[in-house]
Design a protein around this ligand. Structure first.
Ligand code: SHN
Ligand code: NAI
Length: 195
């Protein structure tokens, strides 16, 4: 049973803190920017991988701080990903963040995370996020590949056309819903066998 509530966040409206600039820090900042290129990110870490430096050089919304985490770094932050290689320090940072109501992901300790990152299939405006409830990130990654292949490339055109119809439809809400359901019914109709 997966009790996680999926939401799609506008990170450009929030402040995101990443603690730890190693391999996992790099993976997480990459995942954030692939989805939300306008995210405001502060990354604090005594050692910072050169790939992260390159990303930050090209993006004025990314602020690198080259030292160990200090409790003051939490001021003004909304969301945090903790990815140092010091498990106890990761837990301590998460405890302080909890008191400040900052939503926290701790890369090496799923139990104390407020949220998990997901594997993401993207086709234009369509985005499908996959969660295995922390059971197997590798399966999530593979499913992303399978779904990416299975979803047709012309979905963007279909979405654009449906948006045009949606914008055009007059009448009350119930009529609009009926009409949009009628037009898209073909997507869920079972194929009838032909001889
Ligand atoms: C709970 C969660 C918390 C979180 O990080 O948010 C978490 C936790 C942990 N991951 C670990 C390992 C790996 N993680 C990946 C990859 C991804 N991990 C991601 C998410 C999540 N990972 C969250 C649950 C997601 C879900 O519900 O499915 C993805 C989907 C999203 C992203 O990170 O952007 C991204 C794939 C993106 C893509 O490509 O589509 C790979 C594979 C690879 O890199 O190829 C491996 C190695 C193989 C393996 O272990 O499977 C370890 C053990 C560390 C150790 O042993 O030291 C822990 C800690 C633990 O489980 O204790
Ligand atoms: N959730 C996930 O997807 C995965 C999680 N992990 C876990 O993530 C953790 C980090 O792994 P890596 O990035 O490979 O390690 P790493 O050794 O490459 O990087 C750790 C980074 O943390 C920094 N750091 C150490 N103490 C710090 C402090 N007090 N404040 C700020 N930064 C500090 C270091 O300078 C370094 O840049 C490990 O515990 C690992 O088990 C590993 C693989 C996948």
């Amino acid at each position: 049973m997966n009790d996680l509530f999926p939401i799609f966040i506008k990170l450009e409206n929030l402040q995101t803190l990443i603690v730890g600039g190693g391999y996992v820090g790099l993976e997480k900042i990459t995942a954030v920017l692939q989805n939300s290129p306008n995210a405001n990110i502060t990354l604090v870490s005594p050692e910072i991988r050169f790939e992260i430096r390159e990303i930050a050089e090209a993006n004025s919304r990314i602020n690198l701080i080259e030292r160990k985490f200090s409790d003051d770094d939490l001021a003004g932050q909304d969301l945090m990903i903790v990815a140092t290689n010091d498990k106890e320090e990761n837990k301590r940072i998460a405890r302080i963040a909890r008191k400040k109501h900052i939503l926290t992901n701790v890369a090496d300790t799923p139990d104390i995370c407020d949220f998990y990152l997901s594997s993401v299939v993207r086709k234009g405006n369509l985005k499908v996020a996959i969660s295995t409830n922390g059971m197997s990130p590798t399966l999530a990654k593979r499913l992303k590949e399978v779904l990416g292949e299975a979803l047709p490339d012309n979905l963007e055109t279909a979405m654009e056309q449906l948006k045009a119809v949606r914008d055009m439809l007059k009448g009350d809400f119930a009529q609009k819903v009926d009409e949009l359901n009628r037009i898209t019914a073909v997507l869920t109709e079972k194929k009838t066998e032909t001889k």
